[in-house]
Design a protein around this ligand. Structure first.
Ligand SMILES: CC(C)[C@H](C(=O)O)[C@@H](O)C(=O)O
Ligand code: SF4
Length: 466
């Protein structure tokens, strides 16, 4: 019987096995300021060293301001967290990309950008959106702080083997429909806990047609369906992306790596525990109406009535969500006014995302009463965008143009929304209070977010292309 891509990477990394306990080797460990301090403190307490500092990379992203480079811009507690990361990286010999560094950015944006993530690797980070890196055919997932300490000390991790789900998206995406809409449609179909216990493998002609950036958007949100990780088999698109990246292998090393990478795909007869299929032509621009990413509809569809959910838990959750969101069943999202727009986050802050948003921003001005910000995912993205004068496009249209960081994706810095604010956001989570207590988040694609900024309410971007 054939093996899945997940099986292949797993087998390559299995160090030891006892009963249902497995120990796997970790190739790449990414860290940031929020989930590393206790892990470093644990190492220190026990007098341990970092096993492989050269496999570990750090950045500052969550607790920083994207308005200023000052470490104290978000208050003393955040400053302490950032200083602690600096001290720990210095003490344990970890390469750090601090605020102001040319390679700084959101951890899940800079990793791929630097060529630190390669097909077939195991990648972990104390952060749930580590799933992003599955776009390279790497087994990548978030871990808890005690696991971060374990990886620090041993470069291995105790792991249970997950089930596998193949998510096949075939066909051609309609104009105006993006990778973000694909993943929101998938989560809408299987539910926000629909992939719990699974590693997803995205496949099919619509996935193969995506760029690396679009693939990262898809894999990034695997966790929002409850999945352990999301994978896409590496192909020519992957290899072309990696070819000249700073830390990617070079010369003979590249050739050797390629020989291995080309074997990294699920065998034709590999058994998956579950298979889900979607047709690209049927996917429309998506907008979440609720407080989990599975509570989503197409922009031209009405918000569903809680009574339409057969499952009692889902029904109650929908009622609660509508109440929190200040929305009613039957309402069309295109009739809902917004107060804020956030274009950024590790889901949608790469150059292609900014180009897509700028294309729309060019056509008008941010509506009166709407506060719109664009936050590039990294310095490299910021520089590229500025080289293309996208910053000018955004500024001319009335958007703010920020420094790289997590920013308004979550309320850990100075971009906090107020109760009742309603935000069209290109991020990945719409949980209660995610962007600030009482604030309401609607997840959309970059084009949809930019269009909402100009109109002051949600609009169907497909209309703009007519
Ligand atoms: C702060 C961090 C641990 C958290 C995560 O794990 O994902 C954050 O990045 C998020 O997006 O909620
Ligand atoms: S951008 Fe948002 S989702 Fe991504 S790592 Fe930062 S806080 Fe988490």
């Amino acid at each position: 019987m054939g093996k899945t891509l997940y099986d292949k990477i797993w087998d390559m990394h299995l160090v030891a096995q006892a009963g249902t306990d497995n120990l796997i080797y970790i190739d790449r460990h990414l860290i940031h300021e929020v989930t590393s301090p206790q892990a470093f403190a644990g190492l220190e307490e026990k007098g341990r060293k970092l096993r492989c500092p050269q496999r570990t990379f750090a950045t500052m992203d969550h607790s920083i301001s994207t308005r200023s480079l000052a470490l104290d811009a978000c208050g003393p507690a955040n400053q302490l967290q950032l200083r602690t990361l600096m001290d720990n990286c210095e003490k344990f010999g970890v390469e750090l990309f601090p605020v102001g560094h040319q390679k700084q950015g959101i951890i899940h944006v800079i990793g791929p950008e630097l060529g630190l993530i390669l097909p077939g690797m195991t990648v972990v980070c104390g952060d749930s959106h580590t799933a992003t890196h599955g776009a390279f055919g790497a087994l990548a997932f978030g871990i808890g702080t005690s696991e971060v300490e374990h990886v620090f000390a041993t470069q291995t991790l105790k792991q249970g083997k997950a089930k596998t789900m193949k998510v096949e998206v075939n066909g051609t995406l309609p104009i105006g429909v993006t990778a973000k809409d694909i993943i929101l449609a998938i989560i809408g179909k299987i539910g926000h806990a629909g992939a719990t216990g699974y590693v997803l493998e995205y496949a099919g002609s619509a996935i193969e047609a995506l760029s690396m950036e679009e693939r990262m958007t898809i894999c990034n949100m695997s966790i929002e369906a409850g999945a352990k990780a999301g994978l896409i088999a590496p192909d020519q698109v992957t290899f072309d992306y990696l070819k000249d990246k700073e830390r990617a292998p070079k010369g003979a090393d590249w050739d050797e790596a390629m020989a291995c990478w080309q074997t990294l795909k699920s065998d034709a007869d590999a058994p998956f525990d579950t298979v889900v299929t979607l047709t690209a032509e049927e996917i429309k621009p998506q907008v979440t109406w609720g407080t989990n990413p599975g509570q989503v509809v197409a922009v031209d569809e009405p918000i569903p009535a809680p009574a339409s959910f057969i499952d009692a838990v889902e029904r109650t959750s929908a009622e609660k969500a509508l109440n929190y969101m200040g929305l009613e069943a039957g309402q069309k999202l295109s009739d809902v006014a917004i107060s804020h727009v956030f274009i950024g986050s590790c889901t949608n802050s790469r150059i292609e995302d900014l180009r897509a948003a700028a294309k729309i921003a060019r056509t008008g001005k941010v509506a009166q009463g709407v506060n719109a910000i664009v936050v590039p995912g990294s310095y490299a993205v910021k520089q590229q965008a500025e080289a293309e004068q996208l910053d000018k496009v955004f500024l001319d249209a009335g958007f703010e143009w920020r420094l790289p960081g997590c920013s308004m994706c979550l309320g850990m810095n100075d971009d906090l929304l107020q109760a009742g604010d309603r935000c069209a956001s290109t991020s990945n989570r719409n949980f209660e209070g995610r962007q600030g207590r009482g604030a309401r988040t609607h997840l959309v694609s970059p084009a949809m977010a930019a269009a909402a900024a100009l109109a002051g309410r949600f609009v169907d971007v497909r209309e703009l292309d007519k």
